[in-house]
Design a protein around this ligand. Structure first.
Ligand SMILES: *Cc1c(COP(=O)(O)O)cnc(C)c1O
Length: 404
């Protein structure tokens, strides 16, 4: 007979690369979760910007169960209808002509970076392999993506790392002018840095990157793993800047909680991934594709996208009201339902201390680095849940202030 698992089992059986909170949620519905003891929580974490339609949304449950009773997996020796429908849906809704499907954001970025290298290799020469990235950026945990990412701690101790990668300063175009040259194959950037602290790119920065890439025949890669699929109030964040990439990566919200990723590109670049150059057993998995198709079709509607902008305003009002009372935040920023509140100097590095207090008060939140409280709730969170969750968060902040 199997015993009910406990948090102690994590320490006993799991590799210690995570340090999860003490409670174990067992059930979710919409923006509410319940733990093993039946305690209820309001979810502002959204599985780190993944559960774009909350928990167990009927549209996703229906897509998953219908596909589960039909066909799960074939491998890429065959193609399948859900994958083809998903690829077409992504192409019809974006700048892209071609899609590569995979199972996570890190894999999507790995594909994007390999594609850029291979494209430059095939069209110019192997010398055109340099990649420009940015400090504080995050692109995944594979060896290539931690090397490209701008947080050295994630690559520490894993060397030797791939070479030919340089880092500029986010939102500082001059730093890129110093680094980019004709041997650059790609510039990779998040339109809004997520893990790096919820920092939106400026209009001039993204426009300038596009111009610099064009001048040096380098590819512009937008990592929209966190910002994409409705999170910022448009299907992809870059649409709000009017700047178009050559390659875009998506994951997180794309599957609404089912593991899936995608790399989108153009007909100019796609041929560099010729037959046999790259692949993934699970890429285009029928079950994953069916769920992602349902998610994207449901999210890419005026009701959901306009609702994201409305909800942004409501979260911001609450955070500003909390800050007027306690003065804990230096700045409240973000786009759509990816919101960051940077801690005031007196509370430097204390954002992480809010999380366990928030759990005790019945609300789940996130941080983005030690100094930024991050909220990434469901795109369709009911306004009553926003108000109730923010009241709980306010009590958590009050306790942080009292303990200071
Ligand atoms: C989460 C994230 C990734 C990595 O995605 P995984 O699915 O964890 O591999 C890459 N880029 C950005 C911007 C992310 O936020």
């Amino acid at each position: 007979m199997s015993q009910t698992p406990t948090r102690a089992d994590f320490d006993r059986y799991m590799v210690p690369n995570y340090a999860p909170q003490q409670v174990i949620p067992v059930r979710g519905e919409g923006s509410r979760l319940w733990d093993q003891e039946g305690r209820e929580y309001i979810d502002f974490a959204g599985g780190i910007a993944v559960n774009a339609l909350g928990h167990c949304h009927p549209v996703l449950v229906e897509a998953l169960t219908a596909q589960a009773n039909r066909l799960w997996h074939l491998s890429n020796i065959y193609t399948n209808e859900p994958a083809l429908k998903l690829a077409r849906a992504l192409v019809e809704r974006s700048f892209a002509d071609k899609v590569y499907l995979c199972s996570s954001g890190g894999e999507a970025n790995e594909a994007a970076l390999k594609l850029a290298r291979r494209w430059a290799h095939d069209t110019v020469s192997e010398h055109k392999h340099r990649i420009v990235s940015f400090s504080q950026s995050f692109h995944g945990r594979t060896l290539f993506t931690v090397s490209v990412g701008g947080q050295p701690k994630y690559a520490q101790g894993f060397g030797p790392v791939p070479g030919g990668i340089v880092h500029g300063e986010f939102n500082d175009l001059d730093s890129v002018r110093d680094l980019i040259d004709d041997d650059t194959c790609a510039v990779v950037v998040e339109p809004m840095q997520g893990e790096g602290g919820i920092v939106p790119a400026t209009q001039a920065f993204l426009q300038g990157l596009r111009a610099l890439c064009d001048a040096h025949d380098a590819l512009l890669i937008f990592d929209e793993v966190q910002t994409g699929v409705g999170r910022t109030g448009t299907l992809f964040a870059h649409e709000q800047y009017g700047v178009t990439p050559d390659i875009l990566t998506s994951a997180k919200a794309l599957g609404g909680g089912f593991p899936v990723g995608a790399m989108l590109t153009t007909d100019r670049v796609a041929p560099a991934f010729g037959f046999g150059t790259h692949g993934s057993t699970y890429g285009g998995n029928a079950l994953a594709s069916a769920v992602a198709l349902a998610a994207i079709e449901h999210i890419d509607t005026p009701e959901v996208l306009d609702g994201v902008k409305r909800r942004h305003a409501r979260f911001r009002e609450h955070l500003e009201r909390i800050n007027a009372r306690f003065g804990v935040f230096r700045e409240i920023r973000g786009m759509g339902l990816l919101i960051g509140a940077e801690m005031a100097p007196e509370y430097e590095g204390r954002a992480k201390d809010i999380l366990p207090l928030a759990i005790e008060e019945g609300v789940m939140a996130l941080i983005a680095g030690p100094n930024v409280l991050r909220l990434a709730p469901s795109l369709v969170i009911p306004e009553a849940d926003i108000d109730a969750g923010m009241a709980r968060l306010e009590r958590a902040v009050a306790r942080l202030v009292d303990a200071q």
